[in-house]
Design a protein around this ligand. Structure first.
Ligand code: PMP
Length: 403
């Protein structure tokens, strides 16, 4: 089944420096199936028109197809279509939310984050805190990089935060967080809960009605879709209570030189011409994700992850960081005191594409007291051959470094 699926991803068959590509950077961005590439080029070849405007057929057809993807996405996340806002990506979504929620913050307010957050889920809150005097408090975690769940729940009860914003899964370590219980704990205090789903959107297919969060953000490119597109879920009433973010055409009801009135969500947050080809490409990505045998692929991904972890554990000097018991398939490791960049550069000569560095989580690296890691991030289209190639390349890399 995997070998059949791999045929759908043209780039997986590319030679990099004359070596077959072993792609282990899906946490940065996933590869794209041909159907997504086709949907984008089909739009420009045969369907190109602006949406929500013209009376002409091309525009009406583009609008219908574009809005149908909002329905598809709402179904995927199990929420209502009016609660889905298109953005440029998870970063853009978090900025929109932090900007909007600033109005409810003051110097008595607490914003709770975790040590695992991507900079995109830290810096917008720091800006909001600087504007309003609110305080940021970080949940506790072990020195190995695992959230202290019980202490976190206790801290939430103690702090009664105005906002809890936490990643569903860590991009740096792959840890899956039990966000549901953190959300439930904060319910008693009318805390606004924000889930950064950039890494969970594809791997965990979250049911947002069941998760019961107030906001959820994601990026299309981490779930087989095009870059430059993402979105957010927000509860309808909450979305409508937020101030507008960016302004311009499409998001207004009426404009005159004496003032402007705005539309309701989601249009209120979607000014200007949207990323139409991106949305149509993402529609094809959602079709792809909906049509594969998901449970079997999750099992395959997890089996590969365990195979990778057990092979790495056999290499003396390798240290794996984070929670290997609850993980979306990301292995983050260091080797003795060797620099992560040197190892990643040598691995690249074997066609092995990994990420090295701080993974946009500098506070997490500071907490672990390391400058960075080598990150191997899996997706369902990886196979055992990829892992075997990686392990033998790593062993040779280590031999070279030790010489
Ligand atoms: N949050 C997490 C957990 C991420 O992994 C990423 C991307 N690495 C982001 C936010 C930001 O996503 P984007 O760069 O697509 O806006």
């Amino acid at each position: 089944m995997i070998e059949q699926l791999r045929k759908d991803f043209p780039l997986l068959h590319k030679l990099v420096d004359e070596q077959p590509l072993c792609y282990f950077d899906s946490a940065a961005t996933t590869q794209k199936p041909q159907s997504v590439i086709d949907a984008v080029s089909h739009f420009y070849q045969l369907e190109n028109a602006n949406v929500h405007r013209g009376a002409h057929t091309l525009s009406a057809d583009a609008t219908t197809k574009y809005e149908a993807v909002r329905d598809k996405l709402a179904q995927y996340l199990n929420v209502h279509r009016s609660e889905i806002v298109w953005t440029k990506g998870a970063t853009d979504s978090l900025n929109l939310i932090a900007h909007g929620l600033s109005d409810m913050l003051n110097q008595d307010a607490v914003i709770v984050l975790s040590p695992f957050e991507h900079h995109a889920n830290i810096v917008p809150w720091q800006q909001a805190a600087a504007r309003t005097g609110a305080k940021i408090v970080v949940l506790p975690a072990s020195k190995e990089g695992v959230l202290d769940h019980n202490a976190s729940i206790k801290l939430i009860h103690k702090l009664k935060p105005a906002i809890l914003s936490i990643c569903h899964a860590s991009n740096a370590l792959g840890n899956i967080h039990d966000v549901k219980s953190l959300i439930d704990a904060s319910k008693a205090y009318s805390t606004i809960t924000v889930v950064d789903g950039a890494q969970s959107f594809m791997h965990l297919k979250p049911d947002l009605t069941q998760l019961d969060c107030d906001f959820f953000v994601f990026s299309a490119h981490k779930a087989l879709g095009p870059t430059g597109l993402g979105g957010l879920f927000g509860r309808f009433n909450l979305l409508n209570s937020l101030p507008v973010y960016q302004t311009g055409g499409e998001m207004i009801d009426t404009v005159s030189f004496s003032g402007t009135t705005f539309r309701q969500a989601p249009e209120k947050f979607e000014p200007g011409t949207p990323n139409i080809s991106g949305v149509l490409g993402f529609g094809a990505a959602l079709d792809y994700l909906n049509n594969i045998e998901r449970d079997a692929l999750i099992e395959h991904e997890y089996a590969l992850y365990q195979y990778l972890v057990s092979n790495l554990k056999n290499i003396a000097g390798v240290k794996i960081w984070g929670d290997t018991a609850h993980n979306i398939g990301v292995v983050s490791f260091t080797y003795k005191n060797e620099h992560h960049f040197d190892i990643a550069t040598l691995l690249n000569t074997y066609g092995v594409a990994v990420r090295s560095g701080h993974h946009c989580t500098q506070p997490l690296m500071a907490h672990l007291n390391i400058p960075g890691t080598i990150r191997v991030s899996l997706a369902f289209y990886n196979n055992q051959q990829d892992i075997d190639t990686f392990i033998s390349a790593l062993i040779e890399t280590i031999e070279m470094l030790e010489e």
